[in-house]
Ligand binder design. Structure first.
Ligand code: C2E
Ligand code: CA
Ligand code: CA
Length: 750
């Protein structure tokens, strides 16, 4: 008895606020039964437990039977629930009332599991006694008797608000952009994937803040960041109710418009955005006038998946930029083949350097009497994986626009020095090499240092290197360029003025720059044959001028013997042109320098007029059919870019022959779609370009091969048959000149 009393006292203290009388008989029994404390010293042990319980930040509780009274709640409860313990004992259901309504169901379900004798752990938010939101982690352990009846329930709650906040933050960071607080790229991709999967019709607006780098570069990133935040806010305001706005990266935003009835509604959103930019953005003391360009694409019409849609929207955006920025463009408008090609070249240029797709060709320069080689101009070529050989005239202007030109030129300088070194090691006779330097490169620091470094690295004497700078670019010349040119000359590098005679430069520049070489532009040379006295006069004067100023003169674009004779007669120093050699690959040039001279060989004239073999006019189409061509696939990926006019020359079941004014890659991994009408029927064919011929100046003839399925083949065969019969009856074969004129004027029109 004494023993039992002692234990009861201890329990009393353990459950400090609970009246012993509140303890039910069963509970008392259990406690005594299960207390394995030694008789001596168990008071001390209980003291210890109580001490621990009361100081735990978690709350421990106990209840007898599932619906029974709360028999114990430790002090920790007070703080967690922000309620005095009395209250908790008085109204145990208060705790359930505190649970956020969204989680009530879940908590109730867990309690039911407890009633079935299962251990549970749950996480839920509450509003505590003072209305503060808290996250609680609660573990509940039922004690079950052999007969399966739950006799006691023990629980522990812990306040995990802090941990949840960290988790929420991490979650936020994973899905949102910390600067603008808009959904980030990851969220955007998930969202777009979801829309595509569910087949939800939407339009995607790809926004890029124009010239944003100028703000970053001139005012610093902090101002740039502030500007982006404000822009994000403005865009959020303009996002339609069911729309979605995300920040893709730096200054690119994506706006998704859903649930529109007419496409015009999407254009309205784009219009509103453009107009909203008319109001300047003020950050600290800066009033920033900004604009944005927008590319628009529609799902599912213009792409079945997220990647294609973004890519297409970007193509449209690119088009908007090219149209002078501050406007929006639709993908469907911007997808003519030349714009697409520009876009692809622009996109791939960076990779081209890494993938070694640029190649240097050498065009020898000779002295006019014996044809001895005296130097060469290095001309760049780009072998694009899909578009084949790209002319520098096509991609250098693009490179100047996207600033890749500097990397390209630096690469060329190193490459040329390395090659000169290689030739020296091989014991070849070395001639100077000239490199074309865009004026842009002079704007960037370090040109002189770079050249000096490469010359030293490859042990090349400076006078083997000549830099060509175009006359027209001198117009933009300021003092810094002159300083750089002088520094280069001091280094021993030679300077040439390219395309002389085409720009507006005054002779004053010649005095200031004192170039080593002047290159007479091709157009003057070209006009020698037409006996233009003015051009001949200009050439003779330049040659005279060169002599007086002790500058070498190179005549460019010399193609004919007559031109050579004239230049020789007027004592031109150097000749560069197809008459001696076209630009050739390095290996071929190496063979040339080993021989040391070249013979003047006038190339046969380009055959003018149509091909001799004209049998398809007789057997197939008497007149060309007008049609349209689109790029359907690149590398097996569907793109649908195009709508470029073509003329169909002939038509058979295995292929067609078409005319276009675009130079397109043959035997590439591009598939084209051809659309035209025959006898009122719309024909759609998919095929690849197998060969190309320049039919007229800037008009190319392509052989297209395709494979048709049986049904289509039968259908086409019937049409061809009908055409043949009709033609035999009705149509005379048109004469070549007539066709020739028609073709020329057709492409001039388009
Ligand atoms: P450019 O500097 O005036 O180069 C001469 C161009 O005339 C070259 O064209 C050359 O192939 C061509 N040519 C040479 N002889 C004849 C001829 O007898 N008849 C005709 N019809 N053409 C001739 P290409 O290689 O297509 O280069 C075009 C332009 O692209 C160059 O004009 C130059 O401005 C630029 N470019 C070429 N390579 C580079 C380069 O490596 N770097 C830079 N920055 N620009 C380059
Ligand atoms: Ca040149
Ligand atoms: Ca030139």
């Amino acid at each position: 008895m004494k023993y039992k009393e002692q234990k009861l006292n201890i329990l009393k203290r353990l459950f400090n606020n609970v009246e012993t009388t509140k303890l039910s008989g069963a509970m008392k029994e259990d406690y005594f039964e299960h207390t394995h404390l030694a008789e001596n010293g168990f008071e001390i042990e209980f003291n210890n437990f109580q001490y621990i319980f009361d100081h735990l930040t978690s709350g421990i509780w106990m209840r007898e039977e599932i619906q029974g009274d709360l028999v114990y709640a430790s002090k920790g409860f007070e703080e967690i629930l922000n309620l005095p313990l009395d209250k908790i004992y008085e109204t145990p259901s208060l705790r359930f009332q505190m649970v956020h309504s969204m989680h009530k169901k879940e908590v109730a379900a867990h309690l039911e599991m407890v009633a079935e004798g299962k251990k549970v752990q749950m996480l839920y938010p509450i509003n505590d006694g003072k209305g503060q939101k808290k996250w609680l982690l609660e573990q509940i352990i039922p004690r079950v008797k052999d007969d399966g009846i739950v006799t006691q329930i023990f629980g522990m709650i812990t306040d995990v608000t802090h941990e949840m906040k960290i988790e929420e933050k991490l979650n936020f960071l994973a899905h949102y952009d910390s600067l603008t607080r808009l959904p980030n790229q990851k969220s955007l991709f998930e969202k777009l994937d979801h829309f595509c999967r569910e087949g939800i019709k939407f339009s995607l607006l790809y926004l890029d803040i124009d010239r944003f780098h100028v703000i970053n570069n001139s005012l610093g990133y902090q101002i740039g960041d502030e500007a982006l935040k404000k822009i994000a806010l403005r865009l959020s305001d303009l996002t339609p109710e069911e729309g979605y706005l995300a920040r893709l990266n730096s200054n690119d935003f994506i706006l998704v418009v859903k649930n529109y009835e007419y496409e015009e509604e999407v254009y309205e959103v784009a219009d509103k955005i453009l107009r909203s930019f008319e109001k300047p953005i003020t950050i600290r003391d800066y009033v920033l006038h900004m604009t944005t360009s927008i590319g628009i694409t529609f799902f599912p019409e213009e792409g079945e998946g997220r990647l294609t849609l973004l890519e297409n929207a970007h193509t449209a955006l690119y088009q908007a930029k090219r149209q002078g920025k501050n406007n929006y463009q639709l993908f469907s408008y911007s997808k003519d083949i030349p714009s697409y090609k520009k876009y692809v070249l622009d996109r791939d240029m960076r990779l081209a350097l890494i993938n070694d797709e640029f190649n240097l060709y050498f065009q020898p320069q000779v002295e006019p009497r014996e044809g001895f080689i005296v130097g060469a101009e290095v001309l760049i070529r780009w072998q694009h994986p899909e578009w084949g050989d790209i002319s520098p005239a096509e991609f250098i202007p693009l490179a100047e626009e996207n600033h890749m030109i500097n990397n390209i030129i630096d690469w060329e300088i190193e490459k040329v020095c390395a090659i000169l070194h290689e030739w020296k090691v091989k014991g070849y006779r070395i001639y100077p090499i000239s490199i074309n330097i865009s004026p842009m490169r002079f704007m960037k620091d370090g040109l002189v240092e770079l050249i000096q470094k490469q010359l030293e690295k490859y042990d090349v004497e400076p006078h083997y290197l000549e830099l060509e700078i175009t006359e027209s670019s001198l117009l933009k010349t300021d003092q810094t360029v002159l300083t750089i040119l002088n520094e280069l000359k001091e280094l021993g590098v030679k300077i040439a003025i390219d395309d002389f005679g085409t720009g507006y430069s005054s002779l004053d520049y010649l005095r200031k720059i004192k170039p080593d070489t002047i290159k007479i532009d091709q157009t003057f040379i070209n006009n020698i044959k037409s006996d233009s006295e003015i051009d001949k006069g200009v050439i003779a004067s330049i040659l005279f001028l060169g002599k007086r100023l002790e500058m070498k003169v190179v005549a460019e674009g010399v193609e004919e013997k007559g031109q050579l004779e004239f230049l020789k007669h007027n004592e031109c120093d150097m000749i560069q042109g197809f008459l001696f050699s076209e630009p050739v690959p390095k290996e071929k040039y190496e063979k040339m320098i080993q021989v040391g001279y070249l013979k003047a060989v006038q190339k046969s004239k380009r055959k003018s007029g149509m091909r001799e073999n004209r049998k398809f006019y007789r057997f197939e189409l008497p007149l060309h059919i007008q049609g349209e061509m689109t790029i359907a696939e690149v590398n097996d990926q569907v793109v649908h870019v195009g709508s470029t006019p073509i003329l169909i020359e002939n038509l058979s079941l295995g292929g067609i022959r078409v005319l276009s004014n675009l130079k397109l890659p043959v035997n590439s991994n591009m598939k084209f779609k051809f659309e035209f009408k025959v006898l009122g029927e719309v024909i759609e064919l998919y095929g690849r370009l197998r060969w190309i011929e320049e039919e007229l100046p800037d008009v190319y003839s392509y052989g297209v091969l395709f494979r048709l399925n049986r049904t289509y083949e039968d259908y086409l065969a019937r049409l061809i048959n009908q055409m043949t019969t009709l033609r035999i009856k009705n149509q005379p074969i048109p004469n070549t000149e007539f066709v020739y004129e028609q073709v020329s004027s057709y492409f001039q029109r388009t």
